[in-house]
Design a protein. Structure first.
Length: 473
């Protein structure tokens, strides 16, 4: 996950050095700081400076592309930018006579070189072992609030020549060049601007002319229902929901059972329209973010019978005739290969396959004909938005989804009143949101001092946008 604050990378590096020296060096007291080498404000008698003096773009990451929807005014704004951070590491000691200070400084830099040689790659599994009775150290990235974000930092000692080192210090001071180490950290991915709220992408619009009876899939349609906030001027007292005809479909993902009163029961229904959609056998094939069993989502193709649905798929309420196939999206689906799949929100491609029987007997054969793919979305369904209190500059809310399927592998984006929020372990801070894997709740906080109730929410999971919802306070 890209960083918005590159100082976290520096904190990671200084913590690594501090933990290794505390364990191995026997030098006490000492301090490790990101301040420049000439800083005189540190009161520690033994002091290591890890100073970031240069930043460059990593040339190997210029061709990185994003999988997120490009919603910024300039699409290049939402492509990742890789950085190489260059550090100069120096030591300073004020203990003892001049020669003793120099020897202590050399010892400290030797331990630094050993530490960064032993841990050249920093990722979520990197832990600096401690020696009892000292308490165990936490994972290194956890100390800088980067644990679980997918960052991997590579450390390299740069082969700086004597002339280059002398020139470096000559530009900074008129004294003797300091003993120093030059390190680079790569690749630090710079966070792109948050996605701007907007309408979901149009996947397909078409008008087709085809030979009568030929298998054709022309569209996937659905009705998208939502409730307007109380007091809205367009609210209809006679009907709790407003509906929009969606083509391509935006079918909501439902768990088993009947929906609660706050959820339009039609929202998970979607219909394939075309011609020749019925034969001796009819299958539907979906390609999108699905997991085997309760597994993580990955792009998979799931094929299942539509003309005689498996009893395990009864909640999908499949209906077939020659010109349409109606279904209801649910969280689990049994494929014709006998594998049960978990269905997650996202953008899907669908095709209809019709089989004509060409043989008799206990194992008849079928000549299959497939339609072209047609795109649509299976979207998250918001069941409710609850206010959790808090001050106006950090008012807290909870989004409860209809169905507990949230997990870290999903790309979750949340915008409130046009402001894109970021996922952070502390959702009580304005501008942050967070959720627990396997839950249905998303907690967030927003600064409402300049906002009026209700505030519009835009929730997207894997590029599929939930029906409109509002937070009321």
């Amino acid at each position: 996950m890209p960083l918005a604050d590159i100082s976290r990378a520096t904190e990671t590096l200084t913590t690594l050095i501090r933990q290794v020296l505390a364990r191995d060096s026997g030098i006490s007291p000492f301090d490790v700081s990101a301040a420049p080498p000439e800083d005189e404000t540190n009161a520690s008698p033994n002091y290591i400076s890890v100073y970031l003096f240069h930043i460059a773009e990593d040339p190997h990451s210029r061709n990185f592309t994003t999988t997120a929807a490009m919603t910024a005014p300039s699409p290049v704004q939402q492509t990742p930018m890789g950085l190489v951070l260059n550090y100069v590491v120096t030591a300073r000691s004020t203990t003892g006579a001049g020669a003793d200070r120099t020897i202590t400084e050399q010892r400290m830099l030797g331990y630094v070189a050993r530490a960064l040689h032993d841990y050249p790659v920093i990722d979520d599994s990197t832990v600096i072992p401690s020696i009892p009775p000292a308490p165990p150290n936490p994972p290194l990235l956890q100390t800088s609030n980067l644990q679980g974000t997918g960052n991997v930092f590579h450390l390299t000692l740069r082969p700086v020549t004597i002339d280059d080192a002398v020139n470096f210090w000559s530009a900074e001071q008129e004294l003797t060049a300091r003993l120093s180490l030059f390190y680079e950290m790569r690749v630090v991915m710079l966070q792109t601007p948050p996605a701007v709220g907007g309408a979901p992408p149009v996947l397909s619009l078409s008008e087709l002319v085809s030979v009568s009876g030929r298998l054709t899939l022309s569209s996937v349609r659905s009705l998208l229902g939502f409730a307007l906030p109380p007091g809205h001027p367009l609210a209809d007292p006679g009907s709790p929901f407003r509906f929009i005809d969606c083509n391509p479909a935006r079918a909501a993902l439902f768990p088993p059972g009947a929906p609660p009163p706050s959820v339009p029961p039609e929202n998970n229904r979607f219909t394939f329209e075309g011609a020749g959609l019925r034969g001796d056998r009819t299958w539907v094939s979906l390609f999108g973010p699905a997991g085997e069993g309760p597994g993580a989502p990955a792009d998979r193709r799931v094929r299942f019978r539509a003309d005689q649905p498996d009893p395990a798929n009864v909640d999908w309420a499949i209906e077939v005739d020659g010109v349409r196939i109606a279904l209801a999206a649910r969280m689990t689906l049994l494929g014709d290969n006998g594998v049960s799949y978990s269905i997650y929100p996202g953008v899907y491609r669908a095709r209809v396959i019709v089989g004509t029987q060409i043989g008799e007997g206990p194992a008849p054969r079928f000549l299959e004909q497939s339609s072209a793919d047609c795109g649509f979305a299976i979207v998250p369904q918001i069941e409710a938005v609850f206010p959790l209190g808090g001050p106006p500059n950090a008012r807290q809310f909870r989004i409860t989804l209809y169905g507990a399927y949230l997990r870290d592998e999903l790309e979750v984006r949340l915008s409130v009143a046009g402001q894109a929020l970021r996922r952070d372990p502390n959702p009580a801070v304005a501008g942050n949101f967070n959720f627990a894997s396997g839950s249905a709740d998303i907690d967030f906080a927003v600064d409402t001092t300049a906002l009026a109730s209700p505030i519009a929410l835009q929730l997207m999971i894997n590029g599929a946008e939930a029906p409109p919802a509002w937070g009321v306070f």
